[in-house]
Write a new protein. Sequence first.
Length: 159
Amino acid sequence: MKKAIENILDFFYPFFSKIFDKTTFRYAACGGANTVFDLLLFFLIYNYALQKQFIHLPFITVSPHIGAFLLAFCVSFPTGFYLNKTIVFQESYLRGRVQLFRYFLTVCLSLFLNYVFLKLFVEKLQIYPTVSKFLTTFFVVGVSFISQKYFSFKSSSKQ
C-alpha cells in the first residue's frame, strides 16, 4: 500500500514542484485525501448513522454534529497517522511511539479547534453542519501542518 501511494504521489509531484517542496506536496495530498475521507465519514454518520438525532448517554447528551465529528475522528486518526509517518515525514528521527504520542497531542489541539469552530458555526452562526465542518477544516489545516512538521515528525534538531 505504501509503495502504491508513493508511486501515485511521485507521478503527480512534477506538476506541483514549482509550488511545493516534496514534503509539503505529500502533506497536502495525504492530508487532503484523509480530510476528504473524514468529511465523507462525517456526512454519512451525521445523516445516516445518527440520522441527525442527539446521542443520549448516561451522563451527557451529545449533539449529532459533535457525535458525527467524534466518530469520524476515530477512523481518520489512525489513517492520518499512518500517512504522515510512512509517506509524508519519512525522514523523522523520532521513534514511532514518540511520533504517535506527539501526533496525538497535536491532534488534540486540532480536536479542540474543530470543536470550538463547529460550536461557533453551527450553534451561533446557524451554518449547516457539513458546511461548518468544511469551513472548520481550513482553519485547522495550517496549525496542523506546522505542528506535525516541527513537533510530531521532527526531522532534525535544528528545527
